[in-house]
Design a protein around this ligand. Structure first.
Ligand SMILES: Cc1cc2nc3c(=O)[nH]c(=O)nc-3n(C[C@H](O)[C@H](O)[C@H](O)COP(=O)(O)O)c2cc1C
Length: 375
């Protein structure tokens, strides 16, 4: 099943193996593409993924999440971005690539003032964001749509909105962070309006044949936040609005502060990337959510999070619990993992130990697996 092609929108993906968006910390301070990034994507595309989703690129300067993060907020970034798309197409034997685009909202770093749907204290950095005015909202919707246009102009095959992990779109979707009383807050229909407007505006600029994907939380793991019941409703609405595929993930930064006893698993400093898969935490930890959400939508579902063996992949795909399986940390360790599994070489398990050292060393050294170097 892993080697079977499947379409997202009108774009054929050569197999079911997706590289989930992973911040590399390899762009310039301004957000431009470097030779390191190009080499990184060359290696990744040679490894056999069907679809490579890039790290999150920021659509507005006040929505930057990290240092050395890829920028897409201006047309001047298009030539650099094109180098990534060209590299993947040249080296990936039919591999497709999507740019992930983000506004980090109240989780923005390196900005003077953070913005969010509501002025509620962000419990990880303890900063109170500014509540967005209607003008701010329209400006940001436009910034996302322009970023989607740039993505297409740069030669990517698709764009993915980052609507998960407590960033701006996720903040609008979640009742935990969205306490607005206007048409952007309150019931589910109102809370999806922001992302609905982004999707519609983007569609006007990129046309019907350019897939627009979204990554979103199936559970915020925060009291008063999104739970499965609500994410089922949201995914159905998003699939009706015109998104071409949904990738499900979970958590906001604040989820880090929750204790094991509250939620039945142990959050780490990057809670969407649970550690010690197979010992402390369960493999394919969003799978129970996928099974439920799959019933609601008629567009492809991409499953990410702790998928650690080819047997599990085949089971997920055979059972129809997801259409694509998506990987972040295993590919940092083994960029060749898709080819290895498809050709049946070596272990059925990933080499990745899910230790999250890659996250700790990222800011200083750029993305790499420290354990691989030790072994
Ligand atoms: C170093 C690192 C950087 C990440 N950067 C992003 C990102 O830019 N965008 C995103 O949506 N998720 C990001 N994630 C989350 C991953 O895409 C993925 O959802 C999560 O790690 C679970 O998948 P895995 O168990 O295969 O690693 C990142 C995770 C790691 C470890």
């Amino acid at each position: 099943m892993l080697a079977k092609p499947k379409k997202i929108g009108n774009v054929e993906i050569k197999n079911r193996f997706v590289r989930s968006a992973t911040y590399e910390g390899m762009a310039t301070e301004k957000g431009e593409i470097t030779d390191n990034l190009i080499n990184f994507y060359k290696t990744l595309s040679e490894g056999g993924c069907g679809l490579i989703i890039t790290s999150y690129a920021f659509v507005q300067q006040n929505g930057r999440a990290q240092n050395k993060q890829i920028a897409v907020y201006h047309d001047s970034f298009i030539p650099g971005l094109r180098k990534i798309a060209d590299t993947v197409h040249k080296n990936g034997e039919g591999c497709k690539t999507a740019l992930q685009i983000v506004h980090a909202g109240r989780q923005s770093h390196h900005v003077k003032e953070t913005i969010a749907p509501s002025a509620i204290m962000e419990g990880f950095m303890n900063i109170i964001p500014k509540e967005m005015s209607r003008d701010d909202i329209e400006e940001t919707v436009e910034a996302f749509a322009q970023a989607a246009r740039r993505t297409k102009e740069a030669g990517f095959d698709a764009v993915q909105l980052h609507g998960a992990h407590g960033y701006l779109i996720s903040e609008f979707l979640s009742p935990y962070t969205n306490k607005r009383t206007d048409e952007y807050g309150g019931n589910t229909d109102n809370r999806i309006r922001f992302v609905e407007n982004i999707c519609k505006k983007s569609r006007e600029l990129v046309g019907d044949d350019f897939p627009i994907l979204i990554k979103m939380n199936c559970d915020d793991f925060l009291e008063g936040g999104i739970t499965l019941e609500e994410s089922k409703k949201i995914t159905k609405l998003l699939s009706d609005i015109g998104f071409d595929a949904i990738e499900i993930s979970s958590c906001m930064w604040e989820t880090v502060k929750r204790k094991k006893k509250d939620i039945g698993w142990r959050p780490t400093f990057i809670p969407e990337s649970r550690m010690a898969i197979g010992s402390v935490n369960e493999a394919a930890y969003h799978l129970p959510y996928a099974r439920e959400i799959k019933k609601e939508i008629d567009i492809p579902l991409i499953l990410v999070g702790g998928i650690n063996s080819i047997d599990l992949v085949e089971e997920i795909l055979e059972n129809g619990d997801a259409d694509f399986v998506s990987f972040s940390r295993p590919l940092i360790r083994e960029p060749n993992l898709p080819n290895r599994w498809i050709k049946g070489i070596g272990s059925a398990l990933v080499e990745c130990e899910y230790c999250n050292n890659c996250v700790l060393t990222l800011a200083k050294e750029g993305l790499h697996c420290t354990k691989k170097e030790e072994s």
